[in-house]
Ligand binder design. Structure first.
Ligand SMILES: [Zn+2]
Length: 159
């Protein structure tokens, strides 16, 4: 499942990338272009806009009802569009959606603060924008919220 988030859903797009989902964020206001982009790449269009409706049979639009990013992620889980898979967590660049590659520790020397270099074992880099990631480089509150989601879901499974 690949997604295309419209301009109202930038935070949701980041959340989806954090979960490992291929998500493009369209900042424009042109509904025609948005639909076009969705068709070209077979993406589910995520929108809060009630006026955006499918024009062709291949248009797949999901109107997001919730207002807050975390609840929006929950909504997508409940509607069966996404699932939480620990394997895929933090596998994508939050800025440009590219899949990250693991890079050797010695390669990040001088590119991250020294204390990070000594603290961390694993480093990943975005081959597109060159941003370097490590455990904990993700925005803390977003990560915590996703942990909460994981916890809530595993409780539901046990119940
Ligand atoms: Zn990137």
């Amino acid at each position: 499942m690949k997604f295309l988030a419209d301009r109202m859903l930038g935070k949701l797009a980041k959340g989806l990338r954090m979960l490992g989902y291929d998500t493009i964020y369209y900042r424009g206001e042109d509904a025609y272009q948005l639909l076009q982009l969705g068709r070209q790449e077979g993406r589910v269009i995520l929108t809060r806009n009630t006026k955006l409706v499918p024009k062709r049979s291949e248009d797949h639009i999901l109107r997001v009802m919730e207002d807050k990013p975390l609840l929006q992620l929950k909504e997508l889980i409940q509607k069966g569009y996404i699932s939480l898979d620990k394997e895929n967590l933090f596998s994508r660049c939050l800025l440009c959606n590219t899949l990250l590659i693991e890079i050797p520790r010695e390669d990040v020397e001088g590119k991250v603060p020294d204390f990070i270099l000594y603290q961390q074992e694993e480093f990943f880099q975005c081959p597109q924008c060159r941003r370097i990631y490590w455990q904990g480089s993700h925005p803390e509150n977003m990560k915590r919220r996703i942990d909460e989601l994981l916890l809530a879901e595993s409780r539901e499974h046990r119940a």
